[in-house]
Design a binder for this molecule. Structure first.
Ligand code: PMP
Length: 407
């Protein structure tokens, strides 16, 4: 035995070579055990805390109100179109730039396809934005001070993915608290507080906000956008349940991008389709770093079919909003503090028990809601609006928990 293990003495012949090889393998294994494969990763990844998505358990009879999915299925027309597309075409790559969908979205938003990029869910695009617009903290030397190239900024509480994206990219996260009522402080107040960075390379704003559900006026968003030097992403994942949207800001200000998704209002979480609307130069930059076939073919088919059936979906939004407002009134009557919502969920502060305990008690009754154990939210539960026939079951469980005799 020679080759990479090399050393052989004629007297021992192959046996000596074999022993040498064995010894080498054992040394490598001992070294590996000492340090472990973990040490083959970048130290940034070793110490990373990954994003924690809401659980997706398959429990029979479970009422799932924890991940802000739409409780109603896609329209019959969308389902039929997707089913009809499941044929021999599955062997082909999909359209690499989702061009027909971009064209359709451009018509819908009265802009050009060059204003639009489609992603594998809006999460993919939010992550791509860090790579396109932000320098990792280690690489900022020599860059002009006009912008703070390594800073990713967001309010807290908002979408808990943003700090993870900053950490993955090795950027510096600037997390600034919202006002006590989850409102965005006015620009003058942000300047006075001196925590907010008007030169941050990238700012994410969840509007309407998650997890509070609070909506923001386009005028307030515009004055903040005007004050920012870097890119601002208005994450409108829940905007179809809100009173207004800020899409026009993306077509007016070259540094503003609006992020949308088919997941929530359009019942297509499973298909993973989201998109950005923004200035063609920013969109072209993002397109350079996009995976070649990032949006799967059935997702493109489903999103196109959805845009052909919007009247159906508008009825769906209205129904969810009506259920939301009814549930808010009923929970308020039961002693919950319910925050005003412009989304498909409610953030509520429950009475009697701590929020974490409520989550466990509801889970015991096969109702899943979300509890975020962060300082600003640990007193609250986030409840996704379910189907009309699921809400009485939620209220029944709430009453039973409230009125159960102490153990
Ligand atoms: N933004 C916000 C505020 C969200 O809550 C979510 C869903 N968790 C997303 C973006 C991402 O949605 P998707 O990737 O399904 O488009």
């Amino acid at each position: 035995m020679t080759g990479c293990y090399g050393r052989t003495k004629p007297i021992f012949g192959d046996f000596a070579g074999w022993l040498g090889a064995l010894k080498h393998v054992m040394i490598v294994r001992v070294k590996m055990n000492k340090t472990g494969p973990k040490n083959l990763m970048r130290s940034l990844v070793q110490s990373l805390h990954a994003y924690v998505p809401g659980e997706q358990p398959k429990i029979k009879g479970l009422i799932k109100l924890n991940t802000n999915e739409n409780p109603y299925p896609p329209s019959p027309q969308v389902l039929a179109t997707v089913k009809a597309a499941v044929d021999a075409r599955l062997r082909l790559y999909p359209n690499p730039t989702a061009q027909p969908l971009r064209e359709r979205l451009a018509k819908f938003h009265r802009c050009s396809p060059e204003n639009i990029i489609v992603g594998n869910g809006s999460d993919e695009l939010l992550a791509m934005a860090t790579r396109a617009f932000v320098e990792p903290a280690c690489c900022r030397e020599g860059l002009p001070a006009r912008r703070r190239h390594h800073i990713i900024q967001f309010f807290t509480p908002s979408y808990s993915l943003y700090p993870v994206l900053a950490a993955i990219h090795g950027a510096t996260a600037n997390a600034v608290p919202l006002a006590a009522d989850f409102g965005i402080p006015p620009v003058a107040e942000l300047r006075r507080q001196r925590k907010w960075d008007f030169r941050a390379a990238l700012t994410y704003i969840t509007t309407p906000n998650a997890p509070s559900g609070r909506g923001y006026s386009t005028a307030a968003l515009e004055s903040l956008c005007r004050a920012q030097k870097g890119v601002v992403i208005l994450d409108e994942a829940y905007v179809d349940f809100a009173n207004e949207n800020a899409l026009k800001l993306a077509l007016k200000h070259p540094h503003v991008i609006v992020s949308r998704t088919f997941s929530k209002a359009y019942s297509l979480c499973f298909q993973r389709v989201g998109y950005f609307v923004g200035h063609p130069e920013l969109i072209a930059g993002l397109d350079k770093i996009r995976d070649s076939y990032n949006v799967n073919g059935l997702g493109q088919v489903a999103a196109l079919a959805t845009l052909d059936d919007l009247s159906n979906y508008r009825k769906n939004f209205q129904r969810i909003v009506a259920t939301r407002d009814r549930l808010a009134r009923e929970l308020t009557a039961l002693g919950f503090r319910v925050l005003p919502s412009q989304t498909n969920f409610l953030l509520v502060r429950p009475p009697v028990f701590r929020a974490g305990e409520w989550q466990r008690k509801l889970r015991g009754r096969k109702i899943l809601v979300r509890w975020f154990d962060y300082p600003e939210t640990s007193d609250y539960l986030r409840i996704t609006i379910g189907r009309d026939d699921e809400m009485p079951a939620l209220l029944k469980a709430v009453r039973a928990i409230l009125w159960q005799p102490p153990a």
